[in-house]
Design a protein. Structure first.
Length: 70
């Protein structure tokens, strides 16, 4: 599947811009699904590199961790 038109309307000024030209302050991503952990019992809110590798092995696909700051 290919996407020819990546134009989006941004909410700040209603301008139409190409998605690939946007600059994000934090790591961002687009995905078909997410793996979310709610109310972790430890102080850190990011997965360790070993935990990410373990989930990648289970899924058989590389992952990119993006921490949501709500």
């Amino acid at each position: 599947m290919t996407v020819d038109d990546l134009t989006v309307t941004v909410p700040c000024c209603e301008a139409a811009v190409a998605l690939h030209t946007l600059w994000f302050d934090r790591p961002s991503g687009f995905a078909r699904f997410e793996i979310a952990v709610a109310n972790p019992v430890r102080a850190e809110h990011e997965f360790t590199a070993d935990e990410i590798r373990a989930v990648e092995a289970i899924l058989g696909h590389p992952l990119r961790q993006i921490v949501a700051h709500i």
